[in-house]
Each structure stands twice: as C-alpha cells, then as structure tokens.
Design a protein around this ligand. Structure first.
Ligand SMILES: *[C@@H]1O[C@H](CO)[C@@H](O)[C@H](O)[C@H]1NC(C)=O
Ligand SMILES: *[C@@H]1O[C@H](CO)[C@@H](O)[C@H](O)[C@H]1NC(C)=O
Ligand SMILES: *[C@@H]1O[C@H](CO)[C@@H](O)[C@H](O)[C@H]1NC(C)=O
Length: 387
C-alpha cells in the first residue's frame, strides 16, 4: 500500500515535470508563434470572414488638397512626349534608384530595348525609369565623391544619352516608395493615358518581353478591362516586428490584414484600372510606405481586385531551364545574369524544343521536378507545371 502510493507519486511527479517542460517550451516559443502563426491565422480570418476593408478606405480618405502633398513634387527629369502619337501597347515603369545605373543599362540592352521590341515584336512598348533624388553626399559611393561629380549631374548625363529617366524632387529611399508609385500613375494619366497597359517593375527583375507582349496582345484583342495581374498576396498580415524592413506600426495601419495586392516585383494593369487607381490617389492618404500594399488599398477603394498569373514571380528567381523560358513572364533577383538569361530565354530554339506532344510532355515532367518540390517557396507554384 505504502509502496504503491510512492509509485503513484513518482508517476505523478513525472507527469508534472513533463507538463512543466512542455509549458516552458511553449512559453519560450510563444512570442514567435504569436508573431507568425497567430498573426497569419488572424489575418486570414479577417480577410475571409470579416472582410471589412471599407473601413480602411473610409479612414484613409483625406481632402484633395491634403492628398496633393503626395504627388505635387517637381519633375527634375521628364519626357512628357514619350508616348505622343503612338499606339502604345505597354507603358513600363521600372522603379530604380539613382545609383543603380548598371541595372538600368542592363535593362536597356536586354528586355527593355524599345528598338528591339519594335523591330522584332512589332509593337510599341515604352520603358521609363522612375526615381527620386540621390541621397546626401555621406551615403554616396566613394568613387562618386572622389571624381567630384554629383550624382545628379551623372543622372542628367545618363538621361541626356538615353532620354528615359522620370525623376521627381523627393528623396529616393525605401520609405518613399509609395511616392514613386503615385508618380507612375500620375505620369501615365497626364502623358500616356492612351497606353493599353501599365506595368510597374523592380530594377532587378527579368521580364520575358516576347511572352509578355504576346499575352498582352491577346488580352487587348479580347478587350479586357478590370485587369490587374501578378503574384497575388491574399490576407497578408502587417508585420509588427520592429527589426523587419516591412515593419508597420499600429498607428500607421491598425487593421489585422492587408487588402489583396500583387507583389511589387512586377505587375500589370489595364488602362481603365490605371485611371481608377489615379483617381484613388487623389483622395487617399499615402503614408503607408509599402508601395505594393498601398496599391492594394487604392484598388480596394475603387473596387478592383487582382488576379493571379502563375508565371509572374514574387520574390523568387525562376529556375534556368528552357521549359521555364517557354512560358515565364517575370522572374525576380536578376542582376549579373540578365544578359545570359535574355539570350537563352529568347533563343528561337526554346519554342522548337518545347512544342509538339513530346516537347510538352517532356516539359511537364521537367517543370514538375523543378516547381513541385516541398519546402520550395517563392518561385512559380507547382500548378504552373501543368499549364
Ligand atoms: C537595341 O536593339 C537594337 C536593334 O536590335 C540594337 O541595334 C541596339 O544596339 C540595342 N540597344 C542597346 C542599348 O543594346
Ligand atoms: C521622402 O521624401 C521627402 C521629400 O524629399 C523627404 O523630406 C523625406 O525625408 C523622405 N522620407 C524618407 C522616409 O526618406
Ligand atoms: C471609398 O471611399 C470613397 C470616398 O469616401 C468612396 O467614394 C468609395 O465608394 C469608397 N469605396 C468603397 C469600396 O467603399
């Protein structure tokens, strides 16, 4: 009896200790769980069950005079006649920063070469670069200080040669990206309103221009409206961790979830959508500095929702393979490899190899092995293998 009692106590003791251990592990991990799992669960619930994004619209609406402060920056470099008198299929804005001249040159001589596009694809695409003013001397690269030429002078020179910089008088910084977004929609409204589509893209993105052009021609022939395409984020929660680049305070955005939006790496809207977004920017407070989320807020205010295209990438870099080149639209994170990728991806052999029954079958298998791996995020989704 006594022994029995002792055994029972030992058993309980073990249970108690295990419980304590589990509890302490949970406590330690709780903060992280709270930040990730819980905020995603909350934000999905908000997105799918509550879905009251009208509050956002109401609370961010401000008088027009006030909203103007986000758009009435002086143009330091401008090309108002870029689109004049031409049937422009696509106006493509590349978001760039003053120091990224290498990236701009790479784009100019690969996928963003307007002459090539006109001659080879037979359509007019206008590629321009949106930027603000260079950071102060302290942050400038040392070679620029040594040479004694200010970055602005270098930009003026670059623009003199290429004629494709659209620069406004706001400081070019991560936290001013929303101003750059507004610049794009306002510029289109005033100088290129007849372009059929508007694309906005990062300067480290690869755009498969032939694929994109043929897709947009197809859409244009069908007369699409309400068109907003890219890699869609649904029910994404604001990031409340102060170490994150994307940190957003409760004061700036008190709600649990963002309206649906497309990854800022690259997305396309039709002319009618571009005009409605422009209208939205005239009355919305643009203090939220994550530009693609702000785009989502504007779109929500004017009743536009994004559609997913599996071959638009978000953060991810596409695998290098001709089966991918056959269908890719955009891929993110290309700088040094952009020349090679452009050459490989537009090689006429790609279409030869991937066409026909055998080619398509082969590509399905290859794409499954490339895209359908577990724990492999950020590139094209698995379902892209079956298109
Ligand atoms: C753009 O393409 C044209 C025609 O294909 C070519 O002559 C020109 O050198 C290219 N421009 C650049 C900057 O590479
Ligand atoms: C954004 O640009 C404005 C105008 O140049 C500047 O005053 C402000 O400091 C910039 N904001 C950030 C966060 O860089
Ligand atoms: C957003 O607010 C504006 C101005 O208050 C209003 O005209 C518009 O209909 C609202 N949109 C939605 C989707 O509630």
């Amino acid at each position: 009896m006594f022994v029995n009692f002792r055994r029972m106590r030992r058993c309980q003791c073990m249970q108690l200790m295990t419980t304590c251990l589990v509890l302490s592990v949970v406590m330690v991990c709780w903060e992280q769980m709270d930040n990730n799992v819980v905020s995603h669960v909350k934000s999905y619930s908000y997105r799918y069950l509550v879905n009251r994004f009208t509050y956002i619209n109401k609370s961010l609406t401000i008088p027009r005079e006030q909203a103007r402060s986000f758009s009435n920056f002086r143009y330091l470099l401008d090309h108002p006649h870029k689109c004049a008198g031409k049937d422009v299929l696509l106006l493509l804005f590349v978001k760039t920063s003053p120091e990224n001249i290498e990236r701009r040159n790479a784009i100019r001589s690969t996928w963003g070469n307007e002459t090539y596009i006109q001659n080879t694809l037979g359509v007019t695409v206008k590629v321009v670069f949106a930027l603000g003013t260079p950071q102060t001397k302290k942050e400038e690269p040392s070679w620029s200080r040594r040479s004694g030429v200010s970055s602005q002078e270098q930009l003026n020179h670059e623009d003199h040669v290429h004629g494709d910089l659209i620069q406004q008088d706001f400081l070019d910084s991560f936290h001013n990206l929303t101003l750059k977004l507004i610049l794009q929609f306002h510029w289109m409204h005033h100088h290129c309103a007849h372009a059929r589509f508007l694309m906005t893209a990062d300067d480290d993105i690869f755009v498969h221009m032939p694929n994109l052009v043929s897709y947009l021609q197809d859409m244009s022939n069908k007369g699409v409206t309400d068109f907003w395409i890219g890699r869609v984020h649904r029910g994404a929660p604001p990031i409340r961790s102060k170490d994150s680049k994307y940190y957003v305070s409760f004061e700036m955005y008190p709600w649990l979830s963002y309206p649906d939006y497309t990854a800022g790496a690259g997305y396309v809207v039709s002319r009618d959508v571009a005009d409605r977004i422009y209208q939205a920017t005239l009355t919305l407070k643009a203090s939220l500095y994550i530009d693609d989320v702000f785009m989502g807020i504007c779109a929500n205010a004017v009743g536009v929702s994004p559609q997913e295209h599996v071959y638009f990438s978000g953060e991810g870099k596409a695998p290098y393979h001709l089966c991918i080149y056959d269908q890719m639209m955009t891929s993110h994170g290309h700088v040094e490899d952009i020349y090679d990728l452009w050459k490989d991806a537009t090689d006429p052999q790609v279409k030869q190899w991937t066409s026909g029954l055998i080619g398509r079958l082969y590509c399905t298998v290859v794409k499954m092995s490339l895209l359908c791996q577990p724990y492999h995020f950020n590139t094209y989704p698995c379902k892209a293998a079956f298109l």
